[in-house]
Write a protein that binds this ligand. Structure first.
Ligand SMILES: [Zn+2]
Length: 347
């Protein structure tokens, strides 16, 4: 019995040793075989030319689970996102470090970005990420008021040839429809110059527009409000920023009727509950628009630079997308919409 037991123990010890060896071998093999090396190129079609976190910026847990109700009889927070603890908070990067980190991230992740801002801010991005910036500028005057730049000034900015897109055009939070006749001159200019326009449609308010944004209207984010504008300007190419979220049916209606319309998933991809985000993107793709969905982040004043890598991973991990559809969303669709030459992009 004793003899048997010792023999058994020896055999058991050998088996354990073999298992350990096998396990470490498998781990090593797995490490070696699932990483292919540098990323294929990616285009982020929605970055703002801001210089890093505002002093008030806070760490953020991406894909918050929802919005909190509040009582007007109490001191209400200006931001209605449900507060949660998370293992992967995105930390605001202060101005001294921001552009350096954005530039390093873009190189590491092989990203070229459409950056919206004025001549000075987009030039700083070009310094931080040489050869990786496609500059865009808008006709919104700086700040959050509903004032717009004189058309001559906008025309002069585009006459330099530096800016390749007109955006971010922010009208919903200022109480305007994109088809408002008073704004038509800007869109006529874009059509004449054959410059695409990028218009904010849909998201916004952070759960408390009723308190903080008196001119914001959810209804002014309806993608179908673009129809009159598109009818007036049949050659206009439109990037619907934030994909008109959450108005999926009207977004699909517009996409079905107008083949010059693309969407970006910026902001929405990391903001809303993850199941909901994936369902929205899946709906766009399964309705037949896999060649119109473009990846974007909406990096901006909050300085949440880590959002670039995080947002890419949402697409890369989407089990409902084929490898080809992932490449289309991360790269090919933006190449087509912006008429880019992939051989000229930085590597
Ligand atoms: Zn926006």
């Amino acid at each position: 019995m004793l003899q048997h037991s010792l023999g058994h123990r020896r055999r058991f010890a050998r088996a354990v040793a073999a298992t350990i060896a096998l396990t470490s071998f498998s781990v090593l093999t797995a490490t070696a075989q699932n990483y292919e090396g540098p990323q294929p190129p990616i285009i982020d079609v929605h970055v703002h030319g801001s210089m890093g976190a505002q002093p008030t910026a806070q760490p953020m847990c991406p894909n918050e689970p929802g919005f909190a109700a509040s009582d007007p009889a109490t001191q209400e927070s200006a931001n209605g996102w449900v507060k949660v603890a998370c293992s992967n908070p995105i930390v605001p990067v202060p101005p001294a470090e921001y552009l350096k980190q954005v530039g390093a991230d873009m190189k590491r992740l092989n990203v070229t970005a459409v950056v919206f801002g004025d001549a000075a801010s987009t030039a700083k991005y070009e310094e931080a990420a040489p050869g990786r910036i496609i500059p865009g500028t808008s006709f919104n005057a700086p700040g959050r008021d509903a004032t717009f730049l004189p058309i001559e000034q906008v025309e002069a900015a585009f006459a330099t040839g530096k800016f390749k897109v007109m955006g971010e055009i922010g009208l919903q939070s200022r109480g305007y429809s994109p088809s408002d006749p008073s704004l038509d001159k800007y869109f006529a200019l874009a059509e004449k110059l054959d410059i695409p326009v990028a218009i904010h449609m849909g998201t916004g308010g952070s759960g408390r527009a009723n308190i903080t944004m008196p001119k914001f209207r959810g209804s002014l984010g309806d993608p179908l409000l673009l129809e009159d504008l598109l009818a007036r300007h049949p050659k206009l190419r439109v990037q619907v920023m934030h994909a008109g979220y959450p108005m999926i049916d009207n977004m699909l209606t517009l996409l079905q009727a107008n083949s010059h319309v693309y969407v970006d998933i910026a902001g929405l991809v990391w903001s809303y509950p993850l199941v909901e985000v994936n369902r929205y993107i899946q709906r766009l793709v399964e309705a037949g628009f896999e060649d119109r969905v473009m990846y974007g982040t909406d990096l901006g004043e909050s300085g949440w630079e880590g959002l670039m890598a995080y947002s890419i991973s949402i697409i890369q991990n989407a089990e409902y997308l084929t490898p080809q559809q992932k490449r289309d969303i991360l790269f090919n669709n933006a190449v087509r919409f912006y008429r880019l030459d992939p051989s000229k992009l930085a590597k």
